[in-house]
Design a protein around this ligand. Structure first.
Ligand code: SF4
Ligand code: SF4
Ligand code: FES
Length: 359
């Protein structure tokens, strides 16, 4: 008999692809399987068991994120047994973390609580006080860890190993004491940690938290995400500014989902955390022009740009075009840098143009 070239998931016949997991095949068929410890960018760990599905001929349910398909495999993802397991697993994980959704979410959304609400298991089981402990003292300014919210899914440590490639954090201790720690339980700033904050982004429970956003407390309003381009270097990473519109404040910056932008769900320490300048009282938000009194005074953009043009043309007239030099910044976009060299060459006929990263 010819070997089947198909995998059947919930009755859908899909072409078999060698090496593909059940989760990957299900997604091809637009069948949703819930996940907590899975991230397409990372090696599967099969730690949370929320994605268990039934496979014909298998004695036990199989983790969809971790089990590779085989030709002829028949998978069922929505049977009463599978659904019962999902309810049970969310209850178990919730008993292991803080059950009060409002408290749990304070600016760090929890995927686990989203699932618990979906399966109606919020508050079903009492919270069992966790014996986990964090690092004794960690005064790094950005990345916090709340052991009582951790379900030991290892997403944060795998991210740190496989994407950031610094292995600053690890799963430590055994059994119910398993927690996230560093070598010798050092503060993150005493380790190889680059404070990229990726561990915060991938954490499904809010156990890894962003300290500055936490200091805000839980906003009464939904934060609005505003997509923008990071201006710290020339790479062009996309980031979402999470804005509290009523308070006119940027509460935090997060990465767009993996696979959707050039930075694939990642940010560096500057893009993620260095955004307080936006609200800083010293930030210039209007042009300043020096008056006859030698002092800087607020001006309109037209007034300021007229002054710039007069100054540049004055130097060129007195000393020649090559007396001018135009210097741009790697914090500008490619288009802005292009316009700068265009102005130098076309308007002032000089090749004296440079940019700090020389891109
Ligand atoms: S902030 Fe980045 S480098 Fe530091 S522990 Fe988290 S993932 Fe690792
Ligand atoms: S801190 Fe978050 S990502 Fe890390 S193991 Fe705990 S629950 Fe998972
Ligand atoms: S998502 Fe498959 S075991 Fe966690």
């Amino acid at each position: 008999m010819a070997e089947s070239r198909y995998v059947i998931i919930d009755g859908n016949e899909l072409e078999y692809r060698a090496g593909e997991t059940i989760l990957g095949a299900a997604r091809r068929a637009e069948i949703e399987i819930p996940v907590l410890c899975h991230d397409d960018r990372l090696t599967p760990a099969g730690a949370c068991r929320i994605c268990l599905v039934e496979v014909d001929g298998a004695r036990l349910m199989q983790p969809a994120c971790h089990t590779r398909t085989a030709a002829g495999m028949v998978v069922r993802t929505a049977t009463p047994k599978v659904e019962r397991n999902r309810r049970f697993i969310t209850s178990l994980h919730l008993a292991d973390t803080i059950a009060d959704r409002a408290a749990a979410e304070d600016n760090n959304p929890s995927k686990l609580h989203d699932l618990a609400r979906r399966y109606g298991t919020l508050g079903e089981w009492a919270h069992v006080a966790s014996p986990r402990a964090g690092r004794p003292h960690d005064d790094n300014p950005f990345v916090g860890f709340r052991p009582d919210r951790c379900i030991a899914c290892s997403l944060c440590t795998r991210y740190c190993d496989e994407i950031e490639a610094v292995s600053a954090i690890t799963l430590a201790f055994r059994g119910a004491h398993t927690t996230i720690s560093t070598a010798d339980r050092l503060a993150l700033t005493d380790t190889t940690c680059e404070l990229c904050g990726g561990c915060i982004d991938v954490c499904p429970t809010g156990a890894m938290t962003e300290k500055p956003a936490l200091a805000w407390g839980k906003p009464e309003r939904e934060l609005e995400k505003v997509r923008t381009t990071c201006n710290f270097c020339g790479v062009g990473c996309q980031l979402d500014l999470n804005v509290d519109r009523a308070a006119n404040r940027v509460v935090k910056a997060t990465s767009p989902p993996p696979g959707t932008t050039v930075n694939d769900g990642n940010l560096c320490v500057k893009g993620r955390f260095a955004n307080d300048f936006i609200q800083h009282p010293d930030r210039l938000d209007t042009p300043l022009v020096r008056g006859d009194d030698g002092q800087l005074h607020p001006a309109t953009w037209d007034e300021a740009l007229d002054r710039v043009v007069a100054g540049l043309q004055g130097v060129a007239a007195r000393h020649g075009d090559d007396a001018l030099c135009f210097i741009s910044s790697s914090r500008c976009t490619v288009e802005e840098n292009y316009l700068m060299q265009k102005m130098a060459r076309a308007a002032f006929r000089t090749h004296n143009v440079h940019q700090c990263a020389a891109t």
